[in-house]
Design a protein. Sequence first.
Lengths: 213, 184
Amino acid sequence: MGDDHMSVARLQELYAQALARRVGSAEGCVPPEELLALVQKQGDEARRLQTLDHVMGCADCHREFELLRALEAAGADRREAVTVRSISRRIMPLALAASVLLAIGVGLVMRNRESDLTRGGGSALVLLTPPSEVAPAQPVTFSWRASPGTQRYRLELLDRNGGVVFSQLTPDTSLTLPAELLPPGSSYRWWVRDATPGSALASSLRALRIRSK
Amino acid sequence: MDPASVPDHLSPALDAVVSRFAGMVRNVGWRHRLSEADVDEVMQQVRIRLWQAQRESEQISRAPASYVYRTAVSAALDLMRRRRAQRTDQTISLDEPGAALPDRGDPHDDLAYSELSQLVARAIDQIPASRRPVVRMHLAGHPREEIAQLLGWSEAKTRNLLYRGMDDLRERLKGLGVGWEMTT
């Protein structure tokens, strides 16, 4: 070992290796509030350095630190340049377009109600189909397990930034979208919520990619 | 407001604010290899919370971006608390693939590499606490400007502490029998 000479680059490699071998445990980790204080530069500097020292040596805390750092950076520019009312005016045409899509969706729901209905149950909404990748130019059926007491569900299809590209309310546990709404090569995330007033039940987000032709 | 009359989805305006915020988080996070799954989970919680909070729509519509930001931070903190609670209950096998060393061909090489990485980790642990986090950030690949910005330090102060910290590290590695060439 005495003959080992190393550059900063090799040190970085060895340090990364040492970190990768550390076993994760919540014990000894800094509380989330201290991670936030570090990101927001709040409180005593010595304490923040202590927090940072732990963060840089703990993969789990580092991941959380980066999440808070990204939220803080995105929230740094919180100027309310436009009011909700003015945004509403600008995107009214989009809302109208969405209404048309909803109307199409309702028709599809009525057509597929019997065949696509899935019954089941559970403490959270469980998504069933489609898989994460599907063939292009075909209708896609979204389905999920039924939840006891749920009067209606809302399916939302989101783009990469989480913007809603399709949203539909349904009393059923499936919904089929026509191929025209899902162009080849596009990627989405989708989820289902219990839209019953007062319920917070929701599924996880699931990825969906339409294969290229 | 009667719960039954509360809309079950976000208004297009609020949805636009949420999407814009999520896009910014992803753009920033991409540079730091932020987990897409983490962003998804937080933004999903944001949507649920905003949907439930629409009764306070006046507050939301007065400052939607601030409201979305605060909601996202709150959702992220809750996510972390949940994860910590789960980790406390977990038993992690040392044989997990994530703990494996890179295949260096020769088992003796693997062992020497492993020992060397542990020596580096031990040497870093011995650096004075005021300089250690800066050295850790540097070795993790964060540029000096980023370290200065995070800690609210001047560039000069950051550079000074980093150089001194790296000197400390070199001395401690020497003490452990490891030489060091400043080639970078």
